[in-house]
Design a binder for this molecule. Structure first.
Ligand SMILES: NC(=O)c1ccc[n+]([C@@H]2O[C@H](COP(=O)([O-])OP(=O)(O)OC[C@H]3O[C@@H](n4cnc5c(N)ncnc54)[C@H](O)[C@@H]3O)[C@@H](O)[C@H]2O)c1
Ligand SMILES: O=C(O)C(=O)C[C@]1(C(=O)O)C=C[C@@H](O)C=C1
Length: 306
């Protein structure tokens, strides 16, 4: 049916897994999609929605005979899931994950996997603030990046096959090493989420003394900026606990910049504020080209760019 994988097992049936299943169905890619989630309610919803051919009541049943096994749970439980499924994996199968953090997932999953399977971690840079099996849709990955993070000594054909698989789901792929992945994601995804969550907390705190005015009058800026603060708390708790090093590093840089701006406001340094906003607006608009600018953005200086 396809050059990709015959039988695919999805472990965890939320936004990402259900979107993968819908995208596979759209592309006619798998002979059979089997799914498992920990909660009976999620499994029931998935059965009703019909994005899997079979919903199993155990992870072991889901992975038996699968050519591709996708770990699509919160990152904090992926090691335990790997331990559970390991004895039931088909020799020659590829195991992948979609976790937002890579170094810790590799460290926690790899030790359990038998040498007869290939582990090829991946991370689609696509999502929404919604979660659960009914949040998925087939076009989620269209024209978005999927980062492929091969472990040491991963066979080239297994890695290339997973790349072709993600491309068939609609994504563009790029390979990255785990440390660089975790630093890039801390900058472009993890810390922005932390700041959005914090801003909502601050607004809520203020609203108690101003009769809900902050919420009531929040216009597009607040709404756009804090959309991602509606994201799943379990997922984001696990991201920060498993990407401690990179998120603390970027948070440190962020607070330094914030303190500099705070000082500029306090001292009335309009020139500094204007210069800062001019520079960052230019970056945001993509005017500064990598390699051509002499005044690189701060994340250039901390070597997020190779
Ligand atoms: N949401 C995003 O924007 C996004 C984007 C890219 C990658 N990711 C990553 O993808 C993964 C899944 O995220 P999501 O948004 O689909 O989450 P989700 O909350 O929508 O779904 C998670 C699923 O995992 C299941 N689950 C939890 N613990 C389990 C266990 N022990 N065994 C089996 N199933 C279990 C839940 O029942 C649920 O079905 C996470 O690792 C996340 O970091 C998320
Ligand atoms: O668009 C959103 O709602 C997302 O939060 C998606 C987003 C991101 O930060 O870009 C969130 C986490 C992922 O690991 C990848 C993508």
């Amino acid at each position: 049916m396809s050059e990709h994988y015959g039988k695919v097992a999805l472990i965890g049936l939320g936004l990402i897994a259900s979107s993968m299943a819908w995208a596979m169905k759209r592309a006619g890619m798998a002979t059979e999609i089997r799914g498992y989630a920990r909660s009976a309610e999620t499994r029931e919803t998935a059965r009703r929605l019909g994005f899997c051919d079979v919903i199993c009541d155990s992870a072991e049943d889901a992975v038996a005979d699968a050519d591709l096994v996708v770990l699509a749970t919160p990152v904090g439980v992926m090691g335990r899931v790997a331990e559970t499924i390991a004895p039931h994996l088909k020799p020659g199968a590829t195991v992948t994950d979609v976790g937002s953090v890579k170094r810790t997932v590799i460290e926690e999953v790899s030790p359990y996997l038998p040498e007869t399977v290939h582990f090829v971690p991946a991370h689609p840079m696509a999502g929404t603030e919604h979660s659960g099996p009914d949040a998925g849709f087939a076009s989620l990955f269209d024209n978005r990046w999927c980062l492929i993070v091969p472990v040491e000594n991963a066979p080239e054909d297994a890695v290339a096959r997973l790349e072709r698989y993600w491309q068939a789901l609609g994504a563009n792929t790029e390979r990255m090493d785990p440390e660089h992945h975790d630093l890039v994601c801390a900058v472009v995804s993890h810390i922005p989420h932390l700041i959005a969550y914090t801003m909502v907390g601050v607004a809520d705190d203020l609203s108690r003394v101003s009769d809900q005015e902050v919420i009531k009058f929040s216009a597009a800026g607040f709404r756009d900026f804090t959309r991602i603060a509606a994201s799943d708390p379990t997922m984001w708790r696990d991201v920060f606990l498993t990407n401690k090093g990179a998120t603390l590093e970027i948070l440190g840089r962020f607070t330094e910049e914030l303190f500099a701006l705070q000082r500029a406001i306090r001292t009335g340094d309009g020139e500094q504020l204007h210069a800062y906003f001019t520079r960052t607006r230019a970056i945001r608009r993509g005017i500064l080209q990598a390699g051509q600018d002499t005044d690189k953005p701060d994340f250039g200086r901390i070597e997020v760019k190779r």
